[in-house]
Design a protein around this ligand. Structure first.
Ligand SMILES: C[S@@+](CC[C@H](N)C(=O)[O-])C[C@H]1O[C@@H](n2cnc3c(N)ncnc32)[C@H](O)[C@@H]1O
Length: 241
């Protein structure tokens, strides 16, 4: 008897590609129904130990929307800024920032993601934490000189966005910055499914929380197909706010 695995029929020509996000959506729905809305993240990262493709954002490279802006934007930061990376996933952005001299704290709600990230980048002096954006308990007295938020807000159901944004704002120190990279949409676009693109008006709430919008870019990236991105930069004034 042959020991080679059974051959599978190739998908019919023109058949839709399997949706890599389907498992995440199912796990999220189950977690939300159980009253633990972010539990799906840990469930997914655990399953990814044997099926890495399930973490559909896990490309294991620093985010190009971040790296493209660092040189220009970091000129306004102090040398070796104290940086917080929210929803850090597999840790590539945190490691990239640490390599540029930032003193980095990185957290994620999934302990498995944190374990994977800290294992991958054990040679970097990064403070890795399992923590929840809604109750991070991470804020040093003075806040962080830079908070980097990449693609976490968009995995939170739109009904939880305002609370998440309210949690982000106080993490920024006086004179500090918040950089947000997210999928974007207009109010009359279909809100879609996880990941839910953000509305600019949701982010505008940050200005009621003491931050000032420094720049806001709204563009289609170079992915296939191109995705609409918001890349926004906020500052907390030195005094007041
Ligand atoms: C789409 S992934 C992005 C990960 C990483 N920022 C990246 O760009 O590769 C969203 C991340 O947010 C994390 N996350 C979701 N809800 C969270 C919460 N309430 N607090 C902290 N992290 C959360 C997930 O575990 C996941 O790693």
């Amino acid at each position: 008897m042959s020991s080679s695995p059974p051959e599978q029929d190739p998908p019919p020509e023109g058949a839709p590609a399997p949706d890599r996000k389907a498992r995440a959506r199912l796990l999220r729905e189950r977690a939300a129904a159980a009253g633990t809305p972010d539990r799906w993240c840990e469930d997914l990262y655990r399953e990814a130990a044997s099926a890495p493709e399930l973490v559909f954002w896990g490309d294991r490279v620093p985010n190009p929307n971040l790296t493209a802006r660092w040189e220009a934007w970091s000129r306004d930061l102090p040398a070796h800024p104290e940086v917080l990376v929210t929803g850090a996933g597999y840790g590539d952005d945190a490691a990239w920032l640490a390599d540029r001299g930032a003193r980095v704290t990185a957290f994620d709600v999934s302990p498995s993601a944190v374990a994977a990230a800290s294992g991958r980048f054990s040679d970097r002096p990064i403070r890795w934490l399992a923590g929840d954006l809604f109750a991070p308990g991470l804020q040093p007295a003075a806040g962080f000189q830079l908070v980097v938020e990449v693609y976490t807000l968009q995995v939170l159901h739109p009904g939880r966005r305002a609370a998440a944004i309210a949690s982000l704002a106080p993490l920024v120190s006086p004179g500090g910055e918040l950089w947000i990279i997210a999928r974007g949409r207009d109010a009359d676009d279909d809100p879609g499914e996880l990941p839910w693109p953000l509305l600019r008006s949701e982010l505008a709430h940050l200005t009621q929380l003491g931050l000032v919008e420094h720049s806001f870019e709204d563009y289609f990236d170079e992915e296939t197909p191109p995705l609409r991105r918001f890349v926004a930069r906020y500052r907390r004034p030195e005094t007041g706010g």
